[in-house]
Design a protein around this ligand. Structure first.
Ligand code: FES
Length: 150
């Protein structure tokens, strides 16, 4: 596994913990129990402490994400323009709530802070690609397109 190789290449210095976690997150999209144990053993840091670091940083996920990660912006502009409605429509369409992944591991729904394109509010991003000026019809069209392509 590339991330294991990378781990071995790292100095066993506890200051490399974040770097190791980032590497696993990048390679696998989340930090599994197995990887957490690997890292804990490698740096001789108790698993509970590694878990604490993971939970402190929003960039680290502990559950496997879906193929498509839908990030609903809930920054100020998007919030005012109905981010809650956007989340509800997505939940109704896909049957998942914030932080959940559907049973087919296709979609993960998450709420994020400002995506940096407030003039397009309300905004979502799917795997980093931004969709703006959303209303129910355009949102459902996008979701159904992804469903079809999956
Ligand atoms: S508040 Fe949503 S993009 Fe800035």
């Amino acid at each position: 596994m590339p991330e294991k190789m990378l781990l071995k290449e790292m100095e066993k210095d506890q200051s490399n913990l974040i770097r190791a976690l980032q590497s696993v997150q990048e390679n696998e999209g989340f930090v599994s129990d197995e990887r957490l144990k690997d890292i804990s053993n490698y740096f001789s840091i108790p698993p509970v402490e590694v878990e604490g670091v993971i939970s402190f940083y929003a960039q680290f996920k502990r559950t496997k994400p879906g193929k498509y990660i839908i990030s609903v912006c809930d920054g100020t502009a998007c919030h005012i323009k109905g981010a809650n409605l956007i989340s509800n429509w997505i939940s109704d369409e896909l049957g998942i709530k914030d932080g959940e992944t559907d049973s087919e591991d296709l979609f993960t729904l998450e709420t994020v802070a400002c995506l940096g394109c407030c003039s397009l509010a309300p905004v979502i991003a799917i795997n980093g690609k931004v969709y703006g000026n959303l209303e129910r019809k355009s949102l459902l069209k996008i979701l159904r397109k992804f469903k079809k392509e999956a």
